[in-house]
Design a protein around this ligand. Structure first.
Ligand SMILES: NC(=O)c1ccc[n+]([C@@H]2O[C@H](COP(=O)([O-])OP(=O)(O)OC[C@H]3O[C@@H](n4cnc5c(N)ncnc54)[C@H](O)[C@@H]3O)[C@@H](O)[C@H]2O)c1
Length: 233
């Protein structure tokens, strides 16, 4: 079987998770290289366990290797748009963690580069691929529950992120609520036309020093007339 040769960018929390899945659960994938500017012995040892041949501290080595067909962009949020454009230019297919960027113009530029290069791009909206969420969506879509007038999503992150993560995450709405925005659109089968949000830094963990919040309520109106609410902590 021909395998797709993959380069992983970023070997932090999610990079290692995707790496493990690719190495152990996707027989069509060959996880060949990993790049992280903070490459260290622990990551090298993890890479060896995953059967990864090449460890780099420079992502360019992945972009410049013509044998690599696809990249997994799992680095910090502020690198995604740039890496998408770099990968597209090098003709590589792309899986990119959310969000693409926090600036609409940069997102559009990245999507344009993907279109121009004719490569594939998938963004890490994982919940659509979770059978539990899919069952809720399929039940709503079947009409068995009647017309959905209220779409309500509650989600919690299991713990605080580090402040190093928070300062480049783009803030709770781009970093965490983004999954809930994806879910409400998926469940409602309709697009949001109006949105209002409140946020507060209530945990005392220091989110406010980066102009961020740790608690949020979002209210929405949908094109089909339904109302939505998301609460996050
Ligand atoms: N879809 C999801 O459910 C989900 C879950 C967690 C994280 N994420 C996303 O994944 C991304 C990473 O999150 P994380 O929790 O793994 O963070 P993390 O801080 O644990 O890891 C980020 C890694 O990227 C590396 N990095 C930074 N700059 C880089 C560069 N220029 N080139 C290559 N590597 C670089 C860092 O050294 C670090 O190892 C974020 O954008 C986050 O929003 C998505």
């Amino acid at each position: 079987m021909k395998k797709v040769r993959i380069g992983l960018l970023g070997a932090g929390r999610i990079g290692k998770l995707h790496g493990e899945n690719l190495a152990h659960a996707v027989p069509e994938a060959e996880l060949y290289a990993v790049a992280d500017p903070f490459m260290n012995d622990a990551t090298r040892s993890w890479a060896a366990d995953m059967g990864i041949e090449k460890c780099y501290d420079d992502p360019e080595k992945i972009f410049n290797d013509p044998s690599i067909e696809a990249v997994f962009i799992c680095s910090s949020t502020n690198t995604h748009a740039e890496f998408i454009m770099r990968a597209a230019k090098a003709g590589k297919h792309i899986f990119c963690e959310k969000p693409i960027d926090t600036d609409l113009a940069k997102i559009e530029e990245a999507l344009e580069a993907v279109k121009k290069a004719g490569v594939k791009l998938q963004v890490g909206f994982v919940r659509r691929f979770d059978h539990n969420h899919k069952m809720v969506r399929d039940t709503v879509a079947s009409g068995r529950l009647g017309k959905p007038n209220i779409v309500k999503v509650t989600s919690r992150d299991p713990d605080h992120q580090s402040m190093d993560y928070i300062k480049v995450s783009g803030g709770i709405f781009m970093d965490m609520t983004i999954h809930d925005f994806d879910m409400v659109r998926y469940l409602a089968g309709s697009e949001v036309t109006e949105v209002t949000a409140y946020g507060a830094a209530l945990s005392g963990a220091g989110y406010d020093q980066y102009d961020d919040v740790d608690t949020a309520i979002v209210m929405m109106k949908f094109e089909n007339g339904a109302l939505g609410v998301i609460d996050n902590s």
